[in-house]
Design a protein around this ligand. Structure first.
Ligand code: ACO
Length: 363
């Protein structure tokens, strides 16, 4: 029997994260992701995912300093980023740039050092190319800033305010890891052939960019731009569902209740304290959409997913749409790396079978 999309198939054992889709729980290495998001730094949660324990002060400082040192772009990579065609989107650029980081120093077996290097450099690649696209001067990383603070600094050129750093950091922690999602599965499959960590991350980026996975947040903002005013929402959603099209930012393979990350992100948006027409419209559309999804797709348990709130958080900190999916990628790279490390501990190449439904001919 073919199980389409491997729905419900257990493809690995993992100690990295646990998702309870019915109760809406997300656990990283035993800790609730929502608690980590409000009490820990991005670097601390990286350490937790990669080493399976909370760091002590010295361990944390060592990882921080290593990542700070690794956030600078080598000259050859800047040249590549400058040469890529102008019509290449940030995700395609990121996939190409990560791939260009080479294989020699990243070769099998993967190490925590490799994981930290790739995670440290991704925000710099995004920020560098973002400035080039806009025709502004790329901002060099600042060594003493935290991972998230430095990312925002490189994007804007100014030291970010603490509430923006906290909002982005919480978002990045909440989206760092999520079990056997499509991009993580891609990373594990690539890694299972004993290929290098860079190839596994480049492949995962390719998976991440699709609209059914990480490409949804910018589609959420496109939807809200089209709706424009609250009074247009109901008709717009009804028309979309009547055409049997999907509403971006709703539904999840695993969660059949409110995504726990969505609830935390909603609190974070309030803590930024932005009174914004767009956020107000988003909250209205969310309510209306859940109501109408139940009418058009009864019993499917379709709720807001993290992508919907990702769009809202990014908006609340004035981040532009084109940065949504790359930023999601910057956080998820830490989770991919944790899975690549775990895959290597007890590796077996992934090799499922396909049921041939074609014909048999004679020449
Ligand atoms: N809008 C309308 N209908 C939907 C939606 C949606 N967003 N999501 C699911 N449905 C419907 C499907 O049409 C299907 O209906 P049917 O039973 O009449 O055929 C039913 O609900 C089940 O949907 P599936 O697509 O089979 O559910 P699956 O678990 O395979 O898909 C997915 C999950 C891909 C996330 C889906 O809900 C979707 O496409 N959502 C929109 C895109 C999106 O927001 N992606 C981001 C996901 S979060 C992340 O990746 C980080």
């Amino acid at each position: 029997m073919v199980i389409k999309g491997l729905k419900g198939v257990m493809a690995a054992e993992t100690k990295i994260s646990f998702i309870d889709g019915e109760k809406g729980r997300l656990i990283y290495r035993g800790y609730a992701a929502k608690d980590l998001a409000v009490s820990k730094s991005f670097e601390e949660v990286c350490f937790l995912l990669w080493y399976n324990k909370m760091p002590d002060e010295t361990e944390l400082q060592t990882l921080r300093e290593f990542m700070q040192k690794e956030r600078y772009l080598p000259g050859f990579l800047k040249q590549i980023l400058d040469l890529l065609p102008a019509n290449m989107g940030l995700m395609e650029v990121l996939r190409t740039a990560v791939s260009a980081l080479g294989t020699e120093e990243y070769k099998w077996k993967p190490t925590v050092e490799q994981a930290a290097r790739i995670t440290a450099i991704i925000p710099t690649i995004i920020a560098y190319r973002y400035h080039r696209e806009k025709g502004t001067l790329p901002v060099e990383p600042r060594q003493h800033l935290s991972h998230t603070e430095n990312y925002l600094y490189m994007l804007t050129g100014v030291i970010p305010i603490p509430s923006h750093v906290r909002a982005l950091e919480a978002y990045m922690i909440l989206t760092m890891e999520h079990g056997m999602n499509a991009s993580t599965f891609s990373a594990r499959v690539i890694s299972s052939s004993e290929s290098d960590l860079v190839s596994a991350v480049a492949g995962a980026i390719g998976t991440m960019k699709g609209p059914l996975h990480g490409g949804a947040p910018s589609e959420v903002t496109a939807m809200l731009s089209e709706i424009e005013e609250k009074e247009n929402a109901e008709k717009w959603i009804r028309d979309k569902l009547a055409r049997k099209e999907k509403l971006m930012g709703f539904g999840h393979r695993v969660y059949k209740t409110l995504d726990p990350r969505a609830a935390s992100l909603s609190e974070i948006i309030n803590s930024v304290g932005k009174d914004d027409k767009w956020l107000d419209l988003a909250a209205f559309v969310e309510k209306k959409a859940i109501e109408l999804l139940e009418e058009y797709k009864p019993g499917r348990k379709l709720y807001t997913n993290v992508e919907f709130y990702a769009a809202a958080v990014m908006r609340s900190i004035d981040m532009e749409d084109e940065l949504f999916t790359p930023t999601f990628t910057a956080s998820r790279s830490a989770g991919w790396a944790a899975h690549i490390l775990e895959q290597a501990e007890d590796n077996m190449i992934y090799r499922p079978e396909a049921n041939y439904t074609g014909s048999f001919m004679k020449i």
